[in-house]
Design a protein around this ligand. Structure first.
Ligand SMILES: C[S@@+](CC[C@H](N)C(=O)[O-])C[C@H]1O[C@@H](n2cnc3c(N)ncnc32)[C@H](O)[C@@H]1O
Length: 367
C-alpha cells in the first residue's frame, strides 16, 4: 500500500543553488501545491538511497502527480510502497510516470549564454510560482495563460513560456537585448525547421515613437501550422512604465520578472540608470497593475543587497498590489554580490486573496 509520494530532486538543482536547493524545492512545492489545493501541503525533505527528495504524504492523484512533475527541480516521481524501519533511507519505491508538459527542444532555453542571464531552472521556478498564484492557474496546462515579463532581457522567461506552450509577451528597455533575442530566436526557429515568421516594426502609439516591436509566430512544422497549433510572441523594446500604452488593460494572468540586480543590469528610471530597482518598481507598479487581471499572480526575483522587502512591499502596495510571501521565503546566494529572493504578490482584489495570503503565513511557520 502506498504511504507517500516522493519527488526526486534533479542533480542540476544542487549545482545551481548549492545548499539552498532543498529549501527552494520545498518552498516552490509549498506555493504551487498549496495554491492549487487551497490548503498548505505537508512536505518533508529526506534522503533516499543517498539522493535528496521531497516527500508528500499519501498517494498522488493524477492532478497532483502532474503538478509535482512540473516543479522546476523535479527529476523523477515515485510512490513509496513500503517503509522498512531497519533501513530508513531505502523504502520500496514504484516509479510514477511524469507527464512531460514541455514543448520544443530544451536548447531553446539553454543555448543562449550571456552575462546577466537568469538561470533557466530558477526562471522555471518563477514561472511556476507566478502561474500558480493566478486564479486562472489551470490555463497553464491548457497553454492559454497570458504571461508577461516586463523586464525580459534576452528572453529566458519567454523561452520557458514558449516551452510550456504559451504565447508570452516581453519588454525590455535595452534595444541591444531585444535585438539579440530576436536574432537568436530567428536562427533557432530556422535551424530547427519550424514554420515561423518574425517581424520587427516601429512601436508607435498616437504618433509617439516608443521603441520597437517584434512579433513572432511559430509552429513545430507545416502540419501543426495548418492545424492552427501556433504560438505567438510579442517582444517590445520600450520602457516598462510605458506598457499600458501598448498592451490591453486587465489582460495578463501572470507577471514574472527578474528585477535588475545592480550588478550586470541597472534599473532605468526617470532617464537615469540606478543600482537599486526601487525607483523602477515604484514607477512601473501602477502600469503593471493596470495590465493585470484581478486574479493575477506576480513572481519577482530581486537582489536583497539592492532592495529591501519592506520597501518593495510599500512600492507595490501604493499600486494596490499585495506581497504575500514572507521576507526571505526563497533566499539563496547567487554569488558574492547577489543575495537573491523572490517576492510573490497579487492584486488586492484577487478573488482568492485570503487563501493565498494564508499560504504565506504557513510558509513562515514551517522551518
Ligand atoms: C535582471 S535583468 C533580466 C534578465 C532576464 N531575465 C534574462 O535572463 O535575460 C533586468 C532587465 O531589466 C531591464 N530594465 C531596467 N530598467 C528597465 C525599464 N525601465 N524598462 C524596461 N526594462 C528595464 C534591463 O535592461 C535588464 O535587461
Amino acid at each position: 500500500m502506498s504511504v507517500a509520494t516522493l519527488v526526486l530532486r534533479a542533480p542540476s538543482a544542487n549545482r545551481v543553488y548549492a545548499q539552498a536547493a532543498g529549501a527552494l524545492a520545498r518552498a516552490e512545492a509549498h506555493w504551487v501545491l498549496g495554491a492549487h489545493r487551497g490548503t498548505p501541503p505537508q512536505l518533508t525533505q529526506r534522503m533516499i538511497g543517498g539522493m535528496p527528495a521531497l516527500e508528500i504524504p499519501g498517494a498522488a492523484d493524477p492532478a497532483t502527480a502532474h503538478l509535482l512533475g512540473t516543479l522546476s527541480g523535479a527529476h523523477g516521481l515515485f510512490e513509496i510502497v513500503e517503509e522498512d524501519a531497519a533501513v530508513p533511507d531505502r523504502p520500496l519505491l514504484r516509479p510514477l510516470p511524469t507527464t512531460a508538459p514541455l514543448r520544443h527542444p530544451s536548447d531553446l532555453e539553454t543555448i543562449l549564454k550571456y552575462p546577466g542571464k537568469t538561470n533557466e531552472q530558477f526562471t522555471a521556478l518563477l514561472v511556476n510560482l507566478g502561474a500558480a498564484l493566478s486564479a486562472h492557474r489551470d490555463r497553464l496546462a491548457a497553454g492559454t495563460l497570458e504571461l508577461l515579463d516586463p523586464l525580459c532581457g534576452r528572453g529566458t522567461t519567454l523561452n520557458r513560456a514558449l516551452r510550456l506552450g504559451l504565447s508570452p509577451v516581453g519588454a525590455d528597455i535595452d534595444r541591444k537585448d531585444v535585438e539579440a533575442y530576436r536574432a537568436f530566436l530567428t536562427t533557432w526557429l530556422r535551424e530547427h525547421r519550424y514554420k515561423h515568421s518574425v517581424n520587427s516594426t516601429a512601436l508607435r502609439v498616437h504618433g509617439e515613437q516608443l521603441g520597437v516591436r517584434v512579433d513572432a509566430e511559430l509552429a513545430e512544422d507545416k502540419a501543426a501550422h495548418r492545424a492552427g497549433r501556433t504560438q505567438q510572441l510579442r517582444l517590445l523594446a520600450c520602457d516598462t512604465t510605458r506598457l499600458s500604452k501598448v498592451l490591453p488593460s486587465r489582460s495578463i494572468d501572470a507577471l514574472v520578472a527578474d528585477l535588475p540586480y545592480g550588478v550586470q543590469h541597472g534599473a532605468r528610471s526617470r532617464d537615469a540608470w540606478q543600482r537599486s530597482p526601487l525607483e523602477v518598481l515604484r514607477a512601473a507598479a501602477p502600469t503593471w497593475r493596470s495590465l493585470l487581471r484581478d486574479g493575477a499572480g506576480l513572481a519577482l526575483a530581486y537582489n536583497r543587497r539592492t532592495l529591501e522587502h519592506a520597501a518593495a512591499t510599500d512600492a507595490l502596495a501604493a499600486a494596490d498590489l499585495r506581497i504575500i510571501s514572507p521576507d526571505g521565503a526563497f533566499r539563496h546566494r547567487v554569488d558574492a554580490s547577489i543575495d537573491r529572493d523572490v517576492l510573490l504578490a497579487i492584486p488586492t482584489t484577487h478573488p482568492q486573496a485570503e487563501q493565498l495570503a494564508a499560504l504565506g503565513a504557513s510558509a513562515k511557520e514551517t522551518p
